[in-house]
Design a binder for this molecule. Structure first.
Ligand code: NCD
Ligand code: ZN
Ligand code: ZN
Length: 408
């Protein structure tokens, strides 16, 4: 007898099957085509599909001294609402997570408050000794300044020092100083430097929010097995023309030309990770030029809409937001397999809805896609065997726990 049985259409190994998932103690205990007995059997409506819980490897949850931008509570509720079961917390907070005390404080701040499971990071910029004291899920390095202003004077030595996988913001500091509008070359130059270091050091590197065709070409040409990269929904769905119409769309790296966007779609199969770079700011901060776009509550739906348009498949979404994050960051307790956490994102491919930021959980109540009609919606989120979001409502208390790499 299982605690819960999910019964319905399930995407497994790239195929849609009619199946039953037996859940015991929050973990997947059995996946079967025949009926299973449970304390509770949740029949997923016809027309809806159960996907494995989607993971966003790039989220700015803020909190600390920036509770007006976002809190652990609002950011992780937004994650569940958008169908994200695990978020990767970014360390460019105020104060920044650059020493072991602040890392401990971050851990304490999330404990018991997060609605989604989370993976913690540490910011390296010349503080190698401190980095070695903490066991972060991943280590963040900025090659040039972004929100928070901290960046590495010496990328390669910070990367060499990192005790685990590094996620890097690749924009060249010198080019940014000379050209604050951050032309494509700022990114391309930094990616080149990062790849050369990766070739020498042969250790895991993830390049954040790649926005240019040339940058992506460099990475895929080098094709180093220990190097991965992310692309954001805003770089996939918007261009600098959108920014020219609305200065709120300011983001680092900036929105690019149509040709960059087209290149990414053309080479979509080569993109390992899609991540929101959810970067909430207050209205006032945005009006004063803060860079960043909120994305947790639109990213999956935008991809479902693209699926409905025949541009991609559900398999692509699962690969780039579930399978690859788990593999690249070495997350042991997630995955659609027996014994792993019972996390699911349940979608309705036919439901049409209009993006209304006033209905979002994030404090950043605006969206580049405000008013846009999307076909395809996240209708339910299940975290370790509990329904935590249903029809836009967050259910129950914060249940999120810290995810460790390489261990439970
Ligand atoms: N992307 C952004 O424009 N802003 C991010 C920082 C970052 O990811 O570089 C933020 O924290 O606001
Ligand atoms: Zn960045
Ligand atoms: Zn970011």
């Amino acid at each position: 007898m299982y605690d819960l049985v999910l019964k319905g259409k399930l995407l497994k190994d790239g195929k849609l099957i009619e199946g039953n998932i037996g859940i015991l103690d929050g973990r997947i205990s059995r996946i079967s085509r025949s009926d299973l007995r449970g304390e509770e059997v949740l029949q997923i409506d016809r027309g809806r599909i159960v996907l494995p819980g989607l993971i966003d490897v790039h989220v700015h949850l803020r909190d600390f001294r920036q509770k007006s931008k976002e809190t652990i509570r609002t950011g992780t509720m937004a994650a569940l609402h958008g169908g994200i079961t695990t978020v990767f917390d970014m360390p460019n907070t105020d104060p920044p997570i650059t020493n072991s005390e602040t890392f401990e404080f971050r851990q304490a701040t999330l404990r018991g408050k997060s609605y989604a499971d989370y993976f913690l990071s540490f910011l390296i910029a010349g503080n190698c000794e401190e980095a070695k004291k903490v066991q972060a899920g991943f280590y963040k390095i900025f090659m040039g300044a972004s929100t928070g202003g901290i960046y590495s004077e010496d990328f390669e030595s910070d990367y060499a020092c990192a005790p685990g996988i590094v996620s890097v913001h690749a924009e060249d500091a010198r080019i940014i100083r000379e050209k604050p509008e951050r032309p494509p070359e700022a990114e391309v130059r930094a990616i080149k430097e990062a790849l050369e270091a990766a070739e020498r050091l042969k250790k895991p590197l993830n390049i954040c929010h790649v926005s240019t065709a040339d940058g992506m070409k460099l990475i895929t040409k080098k094709n180093l097995p220990w190097v991965s990269f992310e692309v954001t929904p805003h770089h996939l769905f918007l261009t600098r023309k959108d920014y020219e119409r609305n200065p709120l769309f300011k983001v680092y790296p900036p929105l690019r030309r149509e040709s960059d966007r087209a290149f990414m779609w053309k080479n979509f199969s080569k993109i390992p990770l899609i991540a929101s770079d959810h970067a909430p700011h207050t209205q006032e901060d945005k009006e004063n030029g803060a860079a960043g776009i909120p994305g947790l509550e639109t990213e999956v739906a935008l991809l479902l809409d693209a699926t409905n348009r025949g541009m991609i498949s559900l398999k692509d979404i699962v690969e780039k937001m579930h399978t690859n994050p788990i593999r690249i960051f070495g997350i042991r307790n997630k995955g659609l397999e027996i014994g792993k956490d019972a996390d699911f994102t349940i979608i309705d491919m036919k439901e049409e809805w209009v993006v209304k930021p006033e209905e979002f959980y994030t404090k950043a109540r605006w969206s580049p896609w405000e008013g846009k009609k999307l076909r395809g919606k996240v209708v339910m989120t299940v975290l370790r065997g509990s329904v935590v979001m249903e029809e836009d409502e967050i259910i129950g208390k914060p249940r999120g726990v810290k995810i460790n790499a390489g261990k439970g």
